[in-house]
Design a protein around this ligand. Sequence first.
Ligand SMILES: [Zn+2]
Ligand SMILES: [Zn+2]
Length: 313
Amino acid sequence: MWVNCDALGIALSLVTWLLLVITDFIVVRFVLFAWFTSSRPRFRWVPFTDLGLFLMALYQLLLMLSLVSHVRAVTTDPGTISLSSAPDGFSNARHCKLCQGRWKPPRAHHCKTCRRCIFRMDHHCPWINNCVGLSNQKLFILFLVYTCSSAVFTLLLLAAGVFYWLWSQSSWSDAPPPGSASLICCGLVAVECFAAVLFVSDFLQEQVESIQMNSTLVETYQRTHGQRASFTEHFMAIFGPSWWTWPFPFPSAPEPDYTEPAIADEEVWSQESTDDHNSLGIAGEESEEMMETVQEPGARPRQRHTRDGNQTD
Ligand SMILES: [Zn+2]
Ligand SMILES: [Zn+2]
């Protein structure tokens, strides 16, 4: 099994799992059990109303998919180069000094934390204690999608809880107010979910841009990209050709084509891009070595939009 021995990465992965479990406990305890139970439930062993049963099942499914996607993203090899030398006839082959002179395909980059070259490395993400590369990009994107959906669903459940409480108050003026434990826990979960939606949707937008442009984060710094085709073709190069595998958290990317060229962007060299390189202190061949030390993306030098001060992914 693939696991990086990086203390920060392991700690952040554990924090992610802990947040998912604690959020689940609080929502089930203070929202679903508080407002969606019945004295005469359909099934004797689960005290929920029919709506409660449906919400409970859907919520557990979303959280489970989010958790499993995360675990798979953490434990899947992101794209170690399996060939030690370039195929015969491949011109201008690069070799990685840090990988004992093994072949470094045009779209591969050396990750300092993973201590190897990763094919189509996007960035090293401590939240999954792993690189995001071609082989686990699907799992990373699914984790973002399911986490964002779970956070939105949690906020809707909390809103439903508030609505039911207000409704019960106006119906029975002597109804007891919610306990302070419930208020504090639900308040904290609401803040966590708002933050998660903002944070994760930002990551997700960048992943969609990455697919659209067929350009990983490292490549956007280097102003290069892969062969451009339609969005669907770029998407299927990561998620695989079978649509039914797309929502499930297991790797389904086709075999990597290491000979894929890294093509220079056509845009006119603007002042902005010069500034990007200056701020990174990189130039020419040095730029790649510099980029490979990127842990989490800094201000992503997307040509499409620039967000000042965005220092995380
Ligand atoms: Zn290397
Ligand atoms: Zn890495």
